[in-house]
Write a protein that binds this ligand. Sequence first.
Ligand code: GRG
Length: 290
Amino acid sequence: MNSSIMDMKKEIEEYLSGYFKEKSGYDQIIYEAMSYSLNIGGKRIRPLLMLLTYSLYKKNYRDIIPIAAALEMIHTYSLIHDDLPAMDNDDLRRGNPTNHKVYGEAMAILAGDGLLSQAMNIMFEYAEKNPSSIKACSYISHMASCDGMIGGQVVDIISEGKSISEQQLKYMHSKKTGALIKAAVLSGAYLADAPEEDISKLKSYGEKLGLTFQIIDDILDVEGDTKILGKKTNSDAQNNKTTFVKLYGIAECKSISLRLTKECEDILCSINKDTVTLINLTKTLLNRKN
Ligand code: GRG
């Protein structure tokens, strides 16, 4: 990652690590549980995509860090819940024990709920002060709901142990993983009041990037190293899931992700703005090892 991306990441992390610091009371444990998963690692791809897209049009990305942090809270909540025994039953996340392994199942459920609610609080408070942000906040909320991420998770759960079609697999991932990635890009564009012509290009970029991200996630589940990945490998096979690797094979998945990354780059090049940093991040994601 280049230095401007590293700086942005650092600022996002400072905001997140300071967020629950002042909290105290008989319920303090919930703030500890939320902070634990929020601050034990993570690539921060979604907030970075939001800030970089916003930066194509506006100078001060710091203005929207609260919304970027809210999106990361929603993503972190989904990881906590996804790791629960009732879902994927994982012990390791972001290189550390999963939330329920540290705080117990009941508290992990509440930590996920708490992060989702806190994200909504942040967005409502921000929108109250900045009414033009309503479109972006509402879009993020929709993409986190059954119209997006939860809907995808539902298809994932009801498909376990069954063989599903390519169409169903794409539908599932466009919602489960793709929705928040598209939300990151488009909310950055909405917050910056980007022109309509660019919005439609960025929508297509976000969709292709989300699909690439998932295909690489499936490859890493097979070829990755647990130490670098920070989570268990071969989880898809153990949970009897249909994946892109199962459908196309590793070699074809690699060539599809290469082609999709090139298409993402072409879209970004067709936007009449300085998209170099966003292109670099997109290429970094293609070669990621975690
Ligand atoms: C509401 C009970 C209940 C459960 C919700 C919504 C949900 C469970 C799960 C969402 C689905 C999910 C976890 C999708 C995974 C998407 C994905 C590829 C995650 C990994 O993202 P990275 O690689 O992770 O960006 P880091 O740790 O780097 O942030």
